[in-house]
Write a protein that binds this ligand. Sequence first.
Ligand SMILES: NC(=O)c1ccc[n+]([C@@H]2O[C@H](COP(=O)([O-])OP(=O)(O)OC[C@H]3O[C@@H](n4cnc5c(N)ncnc54)[C@H](O)[C@@H]3O)[C@@H](O)[C@H]2O)c1
Length: 314
Amino acid sequence: MRVTVIGSGVMGPGIAQTWLTGGHEVALTDTREEALRHGVESIRESLGAMHEKGILEKGPDEFLQLLSTTTSLDRAVEGTSLVVEAVPERPDIKQAVYSDLDRLCPEGTVIVSNTSALPLMDMFPDFRPDRFFICHYFNPPEIIPLVELVKGVRTDPEVVDWLSVQLEGCGKKPVLLKGYKVGFLINRLQVAVLREALYLVQCGIVDPQDIEAAATACIGFRAAWQGFFEHMDYTGLDTVALGCSVILPDLCNDTGVPEIITQKVMEGNLGVKSGRGFFSYGGGEGERLSKRRRDLLLNQLKNWRAEMLSPREG
Ligand SMILES: NC(=O)c1ccc[n+]([C@@H]2O[C@H](COP(=O)([O-])OP(=O)(O)OC[C@H]3O[C@@H](n4cnc5c(N)ncnc54)[C@H](O)[C@@H]3O)[C@@H](O)[C@H]2O)c1
Protein backbone atom coordinates (compact mmCIF):
# COMPACT_ATOMS: atom_id res chain seq x y z
CA MET A 1 0.00 0.00 0.00
CA ARG A 2 0.96 3.67 -0.10
CA VAL A 3 1.69 5.45 3.17
CA THR A 4 2.14 9.19 3.68
CA VAL A 5 4.27 10.51 6.55
CA ILE A 6 3.83 14.22 7.30
CA GLY A 7 6.77 15.93 9.03
CA SER A 8 10.43 15.02 8.51
CA GLY A 9 11.89 16.07 11.87
CA VAL A 10 13.09 13.87 14.73
CA MET A 11 10.40 11.19 14.25
CA GLY A 12 9.09 11.31 10.65
CA PRO A 13 12.06 9.75 8.82
CA GLY A 14 12.27 6.78 11.24
CA ILE A 15 8.51 6.24 10.96
CA ALA A 16 8.79 6.36 7.15
CA GLN A 17 11.63 3.82 7.35
CA THR A 18 9.50 1.29 9.25
CA TRP A 19 6.91 1.36 6.46
CA LEU A 20 9.58 1.08 3.77
CA THR A 21 11.13 -1.98 5.39
CA GLY A 22 7.62 -3.43 5.67
CA GLY A 23 7.54 -3.31 1.85
CA HIS A 24 5.26 -0.27 1.44
CA GLU A 25 5.56 2.76 -0.82
CA VAL A 26 6.11 5.86 1.29
CA ALA A 27 5.66 9.55 0.52
CA LEU A 28 7.47 11.72 3.08
CA THR A 29 6.41 15.35 3.14
CA ASP A 30 7.53 18.47 5.00
CA THR A 31 7.18 22.18 4.43
CA ARG A 32 11.02 22.46 4.39
CA GLU A 33 13.17 20.97 1.59
CA GLU A 34 16.11 20.87 4.00
CA ALA A 35 14.18 18.67 6.44
CA LEU A 36 13.36 16.24 3.61
CA ARG A 37 17.01 16.08 2.49
CA HIS A 38 18.14 15.46 6.05
CA GLY A 39 15.38 12.86 6.52
CA VAL A 40 16.41 10.86 3.44
CA GLU A 41 20.06 10.92 4.55
CA SER A 42 19.20 9.62 8.02
CA ILE A 43 17.01 6.87 6.51
CA ARG A 44 19.85 5.85 4.16
CA GLU A 45 22.35 5.73 7.02
CA SER A 46 20.03 3.79 9.30
CA LEU A 47 19.10 1.27 6.57
CA GLY A 48 22.84 0.76 5.96
CA ALA A 49 23.48 0.09 9.66
CA MET A 50 20.59 -2.42 9.80
CA HIS A 51 21.87 -4.15 6.65
CA GLU A 52 25.39 -4.40 8.12
CA LYS A 53 23.97 -5.97 11.28
CA GLY A 54 22.07 -8.55 9.23
CA ILE A 55 18.70 -7.20 10.41
CA LEU A 56 17.77 -6.36 6.80
CA GLU A 57 18.63 -8.71 3.97
CA LYS A 58 18.45 -5.98 1.34
CA GLY A 59 20.64 -2.87 1.14
CA PRO A 60 19.44 0.77 1.45
CA ASP A 61 18.92 1.37 -2.29
CA GLU A 62 16.32 -1.39 -2.57
CA PHE A 63 14.17 0.28 0.10
CA LEU A 64 14.85 3.85 -1.01
CA GLN A 65 13.30 3.02 -4.38
CA LEU A 66 9.98 2.91 -2.52
CA LEU A 67 10.46 6.41 -1.03
CA SER A 68 9.37 9.71 -2.54
CA THR A 69 9.62 13.16 -0.97
CA THR A 70 7.70 16.34 -1.68
CA THR A 71 6.86 19.66 -0.06
CA SER A 72 3.36 19.39 -1.58
CA LEU A 73 0.81 17.79 0.72
CA ASP A 74 -1.56 17.38 -2.24
CA ARG A 75 0.98 15.21 -4.06
CA ALA A 76 2.02 13.34 -0.91
CA VAL A 77 -1.50 12.07 -0.20
CA GLU A 78 -2.37 11.04 -3.78
CA GLY A 79 -3.58 7.43 -3.71
CA THR A 80 -2.56 6.93 -0.08
CA SER A 81 -4.25 4.43 2.26
CA LEU A 82 -2.65 5.62 5.48
CA VAL A 83 -1.47 9.04 6.67
CA VAL A 84 0.86 9.29 9.68
CA GLU A 85 1.07 12.85 11.00
CA ALA A 86 4.35 13.75 12.77
CA VAL A 87 4.34 17.57 12.72
CA PRO A 88 5.33 19.58 15.85
CA GLU A 89 3.32 19.12 19.04
CA ARG A 90 1.35 22.36 18.49
CA PRO A 91 -2.45 22.21 18.21
CA ASP A 92 -2.54 25.10 15.67
CA ILE A 93 -0.11 23.32 13.31
CA LYS A 94 -1.91 19.99 13.69
CA GLN A 95 -5.30 21.62 13.12
CA ALA A 96 -4.12 23.26 9.87
CA VAL A 97 -2.80 19.91 8.63
CA TYR A 98 -6.07 18.12 9.49
CA SER A 99 -8.14 20.73 7.71
CA ASP A 100 -6.02 20.20 4.54
CA LEU A 101 -6.26 16.42 4.92
CA ASP A 102 -10.03 16.64 5.27
CA ARG A 103 -10.16 18.44 1.92
CA LEU A 104 -7.63 16.17 0.18
CA CYS A 105 -8.23 12.61 1.41
CA PRO A 106 -11.13 10.36 0.45
CA GLU A 107 -13.36 9.09 3.26
CA GLY A 108 -11.68 5.68 3.46
CA THR A 109 -8.19 7.04 4.25
CA VAL A 110 -6.94 6.12 7.71
CA ILE A 111 -5.27 9.08 9.44
CA VAL A 112 -3.19 8.71 12.61
CA SER A 113 -1.13 11.10 14.71
CA ASN A 114 2.16 10.44 16.46
CA THR A 115 1.29 12.95 19.19
CA SER A 116 3.06 12.33 22.51
CA ALA A 117 0.34 13.77 24.68
CA LEU A 118 -2.52 15.64 23.02
CA PRO A 119 -6.10 14.30 23.35
CA LEU A 120 -6.62 14.95 19.62
CA MET A 121 -9.87 13.02 19.18
CA ASP A 122 -11.47 15.27 21.82
CA MET A 123 -9.82 18.41 20.48
CA PHE A 124 -11.00 17.82 16.90
CA PRO A 125 -14.20 15.77 17.35
CA ASP A 126 -15.50 16.45 13.83
CA PHE A 127 -12.35 15.33 12.03
CA ARG A 128 -12.92 11.83 10.59
CA PRO A 129 -14.18 10.49 13.97
CA ASP A 130 -14.16 6.81 12.95
CA ARG A 131 -10.82 6.85 11.10
CA PHE A 132 -8.58 9.25 13.01
CA PHE A 133 -6.71 8.14 16.13
CA ILE A 134 -3.30 8.06 17.80
CA CYS A 135 -0.40 5.86 16.72
CA HIS A 136 2.50 6.72 19.02
CA TYR A 137 6.03 5.58 18.14
CA PHE A 138 9.10 5.76 20.39
CA ASN A 139 12.42 7.32 19.54
CA PRO A 140 14.23 5.94 17.54
CA PRO A 141 11.04 4.75 15.84
CA GLU A 142 12.84 2.61 13.24
CA ILE A 143 14.29 0.51 16.08
CA ILE A 144 11.96 0.48 19.10
CA PRO A 145 9.31 -2.17 18.33
CA LEU A 146 6.44 -0.94 20.51
CA VAL A 147 3.77 1.37 19.10
CA GLU A 148 0.86 2.61 21.22
CA LEU A 149 -2.54 2.80 19.52
CA VAL A 150 -5.00 5.02 21.35
CA LYS A 151 -8.56 5.00 20.11
CA GLY A 152 -11.33 7.49 20.69
CA VAL A 153 -14.91 6.68 21.67
CA ARG A 154 -16.02 6.84 18.04
CA THR A 155 -13.02 5.12 16.41
CA ASP A 156 -14.02 2.14 14.28
CA PRO A 157 -12.43 -0.89 16.03
CA GLU A 158 -11.98 -2.64 12.67
CA VAL A 159 -9.76 0.20 11.49
CA VAL A 160 -7.60 -0.10 14.60
CA ASP A 161 -7.33 -3.88 14.07
CA TRP A 162 -6.35 -3.26 10.46
CA LEU A 163 -3.56 -0.88 11.50
CA SER A 164 -2.36 -3.37 14.14
CA VAL A 165 -1.97 -6.04 11.48
CA GLN A 166 -0.14 -3.63 9.18
CA LEU A 167 2.23 -2.60 11.98
CA GLU A 168 2.96 -6.23 12.83
CA GLY A 169 3.78 -6.78 9.16
CA CYS A 170 6.45 -4.08 9.58
CA GLY A 171 7.96 -5.90 12.59
CA LYS A 172 6.29 -3.64 15.16
CA LYS A 173 4.56 -4.59 18.40
CA PRO A 174 1.33 -2.59 18.68
CA VAL A 175 -0.40 -2.19 22.04
CA LEU A 176 -3.96 -0.91 22.11
CA LEU A 177 -5.30 1.47 24.75
CA LYS A 178 -9.07 1.37 24.82
CA GLY A 179 -9.31 5.08 25.58
CA TYR A 180 -7.30 8.26 26.12
CA LYS A 181 -5.30 8.49 29.34
CA VAL A 182 -2.74 11.26 29.94
CA GLY A 183 0.74 9.93 29.07
CA PHE A 184 -0.79 6.84 27.40
CA LEU A 185 0.96 3.67 28.67
CA ILE A 186 4.74 3.88 28.37
CA ASN A 187 5.22 7.43 29.62
CA ARG A 188 3.01 6.71 32.65
CA LEU A 189 5.15 3.70 33.56
CA GLN A 190 8.37 5.61 32.90
CA VAL A 191 7.40 8.68 34.88
CA ALA A 192 6.30 6.51 37.83
CA VAL A 193 9.75 4.89 37.96
CA LEU A 194 11.60 8.16 37.29
CA ARG A 195 9.83 9.87 40.21
CA GLU A 196 11.13 7.23 42.60
CA ALA A 197 14.61 7.22 41.02
CA LEU A 198 14.91 11.01 41.37
CA TYR A 199 13.59 10.84 44.93
CA LEU A 200 16.21 8.25 45.94
CA VAL A 201 18.99 10.39 44.43
CA GLN A 202 17.56 13.48 46.15
CA CYS A 203 17.56 11.62 49.50
CA GLY A 204 21.28 10.86 48.98
CA ILE A 205 20.70 7.09 49.30
CA VAL A 206 22.21 6.45 45.85
CA ASP A 207 23.87 8.35 42.97
CA PRO A 208 22.56 8.55 39.39
CA GLN A 209 25.23 5.94 38.42
CA ASP A 210 23.67 3.49 40.87
CA ILE A 211 20.22 4.02 39.33
CA GLU A 212 21.78 3.37 35.91
CA ALA A 213 23.17 0.07 37.21
CA ALA A 214 19.77 -0.85 38.67
CA ALA A 215 18.09 -0.12 35.32
CA THR A 216 20.56 -1.79 32.96
CA ALA A 217 21.96 -4.63 35.09
CA CYS A 218 18.71 -5.69 36.76
CA ILE A 219 15.29 -4.24 35.92
CA GLY A 220 15.89 -3.55 32.23
CA PHE A 221 18.13 -6.60 31.79
CA ARG A 222 15.32 -8.87 32.89
CA ALA A 223 12.44 -6.81 31.51
CA ALA A 224 13.83 -7.13 27.97
CA TRP A 225 12.64 -10.73 28.05
CA GLN A 226 10.21 -11.06 30.92
CA GLY A 227 7.46 -8.52 31.54
CA PHE A 228 6.30 -7.29 34.95
CA PHE A 229 3.31 -9.59 35.26
CA GLU A 230 5.18 -12.79 34.45
CA HIS A 231 7.93 -11.62 36.78
CA MET A 232 5.35 -11.30 39.58
CA ASP A 233 4.21 -14.86 38.85
CA TYR A 234 7.82 -16.05 39.19
CA THR A 235 8.28 -14.08 42.42
CA GLY A 236 5.09 -15.52 43.94
CA LEU A 237 2.09 -13.27 44.42
CA ASP A 238 2.17 -13.71 48.21
CA THR A 239 5.70 -12.28 48.21
CA VAL A 240 4.55 -9.47 45.88
CA ALA A 241 1.71 -8.69 48.34
CA LEU A 242 4.20 -8.50 51.21
CA GLY A 243 6.51 -6.22 49.20
CA CYS A 244 3.62 -3.91 48.34
CA SER A 245 2.46 -3.69 51.94
CA VAL A 246 5.93 -2.74 53.21
CA ILE A 247 7.27 -0.59 50.36
CA LEU A 248 4.28 1.23 48.85
CA PRO A 249 3.58 3.40 51.93
CA ASP A 250 7.21 4.59 51.81
CA LEU A 251 7.35 5.50 48.09
CA CYS A 252 7.51 9.07 46.88
CA ASN A 253 4.06 10.37 45.91
CA ASP A 254 4.91 13.98 45.08
CA THR A 255 3.03 15.40 42.10
CA GLY A 256 5.22 18.41 41.26
CA VAL A 257 8.25 18.45 38.94
CA PRO A 258 11.10 16.92 40.99
CA GLU A 259 13.46 19.53 42.41
CA ILE A 260 16.62 18.07 40.82
CA ILE A 261 15.06 18.39 37.37
CA THR A 262 13.91 21.98 37.98
CA GLN A 263 17.41 22.86 39.17
CA LYS A 264 19.14 21.31 36.13
CA VAL A 265 16.77 23.06 33.73
CA MET A 266 17.42 26.42 35.45
CA GLU A 267 21.18 25.84 35.06
CA GLY A 268 20.73 25.09 31.33
CA ASN A 269 21.90 21.51 31.82
CA LEU A 270 19.31 19.89 29.54
CA GLY A 271 21.14 16.66 28.66
CA VAL A 272 22.84 15.55 25.44
CA LYS A 273 21.51 18.56 23.49
CA SER A 274 23.28 21.06 25.79
CA GLY A 275 26.39 18.92 26.43
CA ARG A 276 25.53 18.23 30.08
CA GLY A 277 22.63 16.79 32.07
CA PHE A 278 23.18 14.27 34.83
CA PHE A 279 26.33 13.26 32.93
CA SER A 280 28.69 15.16 30.63
CA TYR A 281 28.63 14.91 26.81
CA GLY A 282 31.16 17.55 25.77
CA GLY A 283 34.09 17.11 23.35
CA GLY A 284 32.34 14.73 20.91
CA GLU A 285 31.24 12.40 23.71
CA GLY A 286 27.55 12.92 22.86
CA GLU A 287 28.10 11.82 19.26
CA ARG A 288 30.21 8.83 20.28
CA LEU A 289 27.60 7.71 22.82
CA SER A 290 24.75 8.23 20.34
CA LYS A 291 26.47 5.90 17.87
CA ARG A 292 27.11 3.34 20.60
CA ARG A 293 23.48 3.66 21.70
CA ARG A 294 22.26 2.89 18.20
CA ASP A 295 24.64 -0.05 17.88
CA LEU A 296 23.45 -1.58 21.17
CA LEU A 297 19.79 -0.96 20.33
CA LEU A 298 20.27 -2.67 16.96
CA ASN A 299 21.81 -5.71 18.71
CA GLN A 300 18.80 -5.72 20.99
CA LEU A 301 16.41 -5.46 18.02
CA LYS A 302 18.13 -8.41 16.35
CA ASN A 303 17.73 -10.55 19.46
CA TRP A 304 14.16 -9.38 19.99
CA ARG A 305 13.15 -10.20 16.41
CA ALA A 306 14.79 -13.65 16.62
CA GLU A 307 12.80 -14.34 19.81
CA MET A 308 9.54 -13.04 18.31
CA LEU A 309 9.97 -15.18 15.19
CA SER A 310 10.50 -18.34 17.25
CA PRO A 311 7.97 -18.04 20.09
CA ARG A 312 8.52 -20.29 23.06
CA GLU A 313 6.80 -23.67 23.22
CA GLY A 314 3.57 -24.15 25.11
N1 LIG B 1 10.80 13.71 19.42
C1 LIG B 1 10.39 12.61 20.05
O1 LIG B 1 11.19 11.90 20.71
C2 LIG B 1 8.96 12.17 19.94
C3 LIG B 1 8.61 10.88 20.40
C4 LIG B 1 7.29 10.44 20.24
C5 LIG B 1 6.34 11.29 19.67
N2 LIG B 1 6.71 12.55 19.24
C6 LIG B 1 5.67 13.38 18.61
O2 LIG B 1 5.85 13.32 17.18
C7 LIG B 1 5.46 14.56 16.60
C8 LIG B 1 6.63 15.12 15.83
O3 LIG B 1 7.69 15.33 16.73
P1 LIG B 1 9.19 15.61 16.25
O4 LIG B 1 10.02 15.56 17.47
O5 LIG B 1 9.52 14.74 15.08
O6 LIG B 1 9.03 17.12 15.75
P2 LIG B 1 10.09 18.00 14.94
O7 LIG B 1 9.84 19.41 15.31
O8 LIG B 1 11.46 17.44 15.07
O9 LIG B 1 9.65 17.76 13.40
C9 LIG B 1 8.45 18.21 12.88
C10 LIG B 1 8.60 18.46 11.38
O10 LIG B 1 7.33 18.86 10.87
C11 LIG B 1 7.55 19.85 9.90
N3 LIG B 1 6.32 20.61 9.70
C12 LIG B 1 5.84 21.67 10.42
N4 LIG B 1 4.65 22.05 9.91
C13 LIG B 1 4.37 21.22 8.88
C14 LIG B 1 3.28 21.13 7.97
N5 LIG B 1 2.24 21.93 8.04
N6 LIG B 1 3.34 20.17 7.02
C15 LIG B 1 4.40 19.32 6.93
N7 LIG B 1 5.45 19.36 7.78
C16 LIG B 1 5.44 20.30 8.73
C17 LIG B 1 8.72 20.67 10.43
O11 LIG B 1 9.35 21.38 9.37
C18 LIG B 1 9.59 19.59 11.06
O12 LIG B 1 10.57 19.12 10.15
C19 LIG B 1 4.98 15.45 17.74
O13 LIG B 1 3.59 15.32 17.88
C20 LIG B 1 5.70 14.85 18.96
O14 LIG B 1 5.03 15.11 20.16
C21 LIG B 1 8.00 13.00 19.35
